[in-house]
Design a protein around this ligand. Structure first.
Ligand code: SF4
Length: 287
């Protein structure tokens, strides 16, 4: 069986940066209490690896001991949470991806200038929650163009997207907002392309690969937004797409009668996860 890997698969710049920073911080603070507020990245195996290096993962600031060191995850936190951490902790390492930080700055400026902020994304996702924390009063999150069509808009509107969104979905949302806003001749819409290149490139490469293989395996955390997007995209052109967290979940039956397999991985999937998946598929192909 031929096995192809989607171009650019694996850790993106933001994830690599955060993991390097967090590991160095854990080592520097060895012997002290170190906490990672939320999963440093959305990959359970990497969260465990960081825990073994000394940084315990917690979901609430209240679970962090006073005076301990804290790590802010790639997805960022709200300004209020950042202040609470600084007040409570002996040290704070901020690994928020610079592309997420950029969105924080955009929405803060929009809110200061009295724009209503609309965020296209998943309201339950940490990144979106952190953005919302800077977006001011009246900010809303929409997950689809349908949701955008139901919005009650103010005269000045600013639109941003979660970094890991699908561009087609974001363009649909923008279209709806514009349609609604332009009913009033006084309205103003400002739109920002905040989908990051790592996301865009991985999506394009996965789509290409899905067109040339018989079965596609997407490797990455089940809670990783960008990995889920790759799975959904693959499914638009190929029925045999499977999302696994580790190679051990890959089943022999998926490859029966198939000649070419593809592997793609989210931005939070380490290289080892990709290599293991390729090895497992090759082994299945040989038996
Ligand atoms: S996917 Fe993009 S925004 Fe998210 S961590 Fe990677 S580089 Fe940053």
């Amino acid at each position: 069986m031929k096995v192809y890997v989607a171009e650019g698969s694996g850790f993106c710049f933001g994830v690599k940066r955060a993991m390097d920073m967090a590991f160095k911080y854990a080592v520097k603070n060895r012997g002290k209490k170190v906490y990672s507020l939320h999963e440093i990245i959305h990959n359970p195996q990497e969260v465990v690896r960081l825990e073994k290096a000394g940084a315990r993962h917690v979901e609430k600031i209240s679970s962090i001991e006073k005076g301990a060191a804290a790590i802010i995850s790639t997805h960022g936190v709200t300004g209020l949470e950042q202040d609470r951490l600084k007040e409570k902790c002996g040290g704070v390492l901020d690994t928020t991806c610079p592309y997420v930080k950029k969105i924080h700055n955009i929405v803060k400026k929009l809110a200061d200038e009295n724009y209503q902020v609309i965020i296209a994304g998943d309201a339950d996702h940490l990144e979106v929650k952190s953005i919302l924390g800077y977006a001011g009063e009246g900010a809303v999150v929409v997950a689809s163009a349908r949701e955008a069509s139901k919005l009650k808009l103010r005269e000045k509107v600013g639109v941003v997207s979660q970094t890991t969104n699908n561009m087609a979905m974001y363009i649909e949302v923008l279209g709806e907002v514009q349609k609604k806003a332009f009913v009033s001749r006084y309205s103003e819409v400002r739109a920002f392309n905040t989908i990051c290149d790592a996301t865009k490139n991985r999506q394009a490469a996965t789509l290409e690969l899905a067109k040339k293989v018989d079965v596609l395996i997407i490797v990455g955390g089940k809670n990783s937004a960008n990995t889920k997007r790759l799975y959904e995209l693959g499914k638009t052109v190929l029925p045999w797409v499977y999302h696994v967290e580790t190679a051990s979940e890959i089943k022999k039956a998926w490859f029966a009668g198939k000649k070419a397999a593809g592997v793609s991985a989210g931005a939070s999937t380490p290289e080892k996860g990709i290599i293991d998946a390729v090895k497992r598929i090759k082994m299945i192909g040989e038996n």
